[in-house]
Ligand binder design. Structure first.
Ligand SMILES: [Zn+2]
Length: 138
């Protein structure tokens, strides 16, 4: 991860005279521990902008824009993969947590072309009804 990627900066859209500010931003961001938290990122950008002003460096307008967006919550860096629970409808959330890996909680599984009752005894929840055509594993 680089700051440029984190901020979704396109270097080609930044005027050449402002490229130095991007390099400076990258260095400052790394020196501050490569923060990805919006608040810390906004602080890092504030330092970058101040340093640019102090040194008479033309800073890329996108740096100021991102800082304002971070502070107002209009934009957030997309960091890594979202947590699994934040993605609805994934296969992982479809199966029951802690379900038997053998039968996936259904109580029976296919083996050698035949259906078998699973040793996990999930089939106990079927009550007295055993599906037709499924052989009981001795
Ligand atoms: Zn099972």
């Amino acid at each position: 991860m680089s700051l440029r990627r984190l901020l979704e900066l396109n270097r080609e859209l930044v005027r050449p005279e402002a490229h130095e500010s991007l390099d400076l931003a990258e260095r400052i961001w790394i020196a501050r521990g490569s923060p990805e938290d919006p608040e810390e990122l906004a602080e890092a950008l504030e330092v970058v902008l101040q340093r640019c002003v102090n040194r008479g460096i033309n800073y890329a307008p996108i740096l100021l824009k991102r800082k304002k967006q971070l502070e107002s919550g209009q934009w957030k860096p997309r960091t890594g993969d979202p947590p699994a629970h934040a993605v609805p409808g994934t296969p992982a959330s479809a199966s029951m947590p802690g379900a038997c890996p053998h039968c996936n909680g259904s109580g029976w599984y296919q083996h050698g072309g035949m259906g078998h009752l699973c040793p996990c005894r999930a089939w106990l929840s079927w009550g007295k009804t055993v599906p037709v055509g499924k052989k009981v594993l001795a």
